[in-house]
Design a protein around this ligand. Structure first.
Ligand code: SAM
Length: 217
């Protein structure tokens, strides 16, 4: 592939071969991201793809792919939880198949300005869409017990209470603004284990799930 769609997403080939797009078929890509799944479907058959993503940057990036497949790729900014309304509003009443590739895209993770990662410092944001509270809003305002619950349930973080207490202690002195800042505080209370995984990883996953209400769709 070319034109900015060179990243091969996980399980793309498996998902598209199971879908087996056919000429004239109408398909949904519920998580457009970098467009790898959509591009593979459009290549596999002379079909139409409706592609949803809640991230305006993903939809904007998809314009070049849509231009390569005139009238065959339709990009829709929105949440897949609303897909019935999103499709019905556009006159799509039936689909021949759908794919979803849940989670966060490499475009989102790799852009420090989006605040998903502590590998490069950036604002503590983590929103896939344009609206709603950021990760900074959550760590700076949530009650300690609620924070601990988020870290435990969405990150399976056994040190959730210790981390929540450290966050609350620190934010009383200075609110969190950046990813590196939060990761550094987490590392003061969680030791690295032999896995080599950064001690902040589980907490960042938990906050991302909470910020984007990923389990509520
Ligand atoms: C793992 S990436 C998808 C990668 C894609 N399959 C590709 O080929 O590049 C997940 C994408 O789903 C989007 N997403 C996550 N939750 C969503 C939701 N509830 N509604 C719509 N899009 C969502 C994210 O913004 C992200 O772009």
């Amino acid at each position: 592939m070319s034109g900015g769609f060179s990243h091969v997403p996980v399980l793309r080939d498996e998902a598209v071969s199971m879908l087996a797009p056919r000429d004239g078929g109408v398909y949904l890509d519920g998580t457009f991201g970098g467009g790898g799944y959509s591009a593979a479907m459009l290549e596999a058959a002379s079909c139409t793809v409706w592609a949803i993503d809640r991230d305006p940057a993903a939809i904007a990036r998809g314009a070049s792919l849509a231009a390569r497949y005139p009238d065959r790729l339709h990009l829709v900014e929105g949440r897949f939880g609303d897909l019935l309304d999103l499709l019905r509003d556009r006159g799509v009443m039936a689909l021949d198949g759908a794919v979803f590739d849940f989670g966060v895209s490499s475009y989102q993770i790799d852009d420090p300005a989006r605040g998903f990662s502590f590998r490069a410092d950036g604002p503590l944001d983590m929103r896939m869409g344009a609206a709603g509270p950021t990760a900074a809003d959550i760590v700076n305002t949530c009650a300690e017990a609620e924070l601990a619950d988020i870290l435990f349930h969405f990150g399976e973080e056994r040190a959730s209470r210790r981390i929540a207490a450290a966050i609350v202690r620190r934010r009383a002195l200075q609110p969190f603004e950046t990813t590196a800042d939060l990761a550094a505080v987490i590392r003061t209370v969680v030791r690295p284990d032999r896995s080599g995984i950064d001690p902040a990883t589980r907490s960042f996953q938990a906050l991302r799930i909470e910020v984007n209400q990923e389990l509520a769709e």
